[in-house]
Design a protein around this ligand. Structure first.
Ligand SMILES: O=C(O)CCC(=O)C(=O)O
Ligand SMILES: [Fe+2]
Length: 314
């Protein structure tokens, strides 16, 4: 008899089951918070179903993404930003299929407009509307995850100031078709530098490295999102939370699209581990550090593994 190999998967959490689960302090909420924290500790990520986000919004976003990536290169490169990883990324020899654009403060009307005016002479109001609505929903989901994690660490008093010291950036990713049957590395393994990332992939390709060193495929479930812990929140948590390396592998003749909302510390924000997360079993691992200085250090040391440990480790 054949023994079927069951593929391991990252945790899946359904937030749409019972509306009471999302009532802060309810039993359902406490139970979900525990699961969220455990997923962030063990995997550094999880898939989640979240009903505040109607599927048509995701479809509109993918349609807009396709139009964006069909534009000539000389237009796309107009998406400039002085901060590293906030603007156009592409034409990288190691990952020639990958292209990405960044929309800073995508939750605000001004943020979406600033981006759209870089790309379209008329500022594409329809695109702005789509980006604003979707990023606000994804932002709500990130805040929910952040609150659950902080509460379960008994560190909820830091929630408001943490939220205030962060802003958002949407990255829209396009991967050219590899035109090969063999899987190609479309995006190299990395961890995100954000506090949290919520990602939506239109088609398969995303893989996550487990703590056991196994690449786990993440299936694109309809209406589901992938939440990743980023280096900023890992640092804040005194490395109680894990950051998972992930990559994109593609083959065939189809382009691939994804987009993500990154919650990340603002310019000037300092990451400092709260005393609630330091004890005998969890000695202090990082000194307080300026996030943007860390990000610039990261950008100029791309060959380095464990940049956070090197930059801020004590
Ligand atoms: O396209 C994907 O599925 C992954 C994108 C990603 O990891 C990123 O933008 O940081
Ligand atoms: Fe990523």
């Amino acid at each position: 008899m054949d023994i079927m190999k069951v593929e391991r998967e990252i945790p899946f959490l359904d937030l749409t089951k019972d509306p009471k689960d999302l009532e802060e302090g309810s039993d359902g909420w406490k139970c979900l918070s525990k699961k969220v924290r455990e997923a962030c500790e063990e995997y550094g990520c999880f898939q989640v179903k979240y009903n505040k986000l109607p599927t048509h919004l995701g479809e509109e976003m993918f349609k807009a993404s396709k139009e964006l990536f069909d534009l000539p290169d000389e237009i796309k490169v107009k998406n400039l930003n002085s901060k590293p990883y906030y603007g156009y990324i592409g034409k990288i020899d190691a990952v020639p299929l990958y292209e990405s654009l960044g929309i800073e403060d995508a939750t605000t009307v001004d943020g979406a407009r600033t981006f759209a005016q870089q790309i379209w002479p008329d500022g594409n109001p329809v695109f702005c509307e789509t980006v604003n609505s979707i990023s606000n929903k994804l932002y709500d989901l990130e805040l929910l995850v952040l609150k659950m994690v902080m509460q379960s660490f008994g560190a909820e008093k830091y929630y408001n100031s943490y939220v205030e010291s962060n802003n958002t950036i949407v990255r829209v990713n396009g991967y050219k078709a590899p035109h090969s049957n063999d899987l190609q590395m479309a995006l190299a393994p990395h961890t995100d530098n954000s506090s949290l990332t919520v990602l939506c992939q239109e088609s398969q390709g995303l893989e996550v490295l487990s703590k056991e060193g196994e690449w786990l495929r993440v299936a694109p479930l309809p209406g589901a999102f992938v939440v990743f812990v980023g280096e900023a929140l890992k640092a804040w948590s005194n490395a109680r939370l894990h950051t998972a390396k992930h990559r994109v592998m593609t083959n065939g003749d189809r382009q691939r699209y994804s987009f993500g909302l990154f919650l990340a510390p603002k310019e000037g924000a300092v990451i400092e581990i709260p005393e609630e997360l330091v004890d005998k079993e969890h000695p202090l691992l990082y000194r307080p550090f300026n996030y943007m200085d860390y990000l610039n250090y990261y950008a100029s040391n791309l060959h380095m593994d464990n940049v956070l440990e090197v930059y801020a480790g004590v």
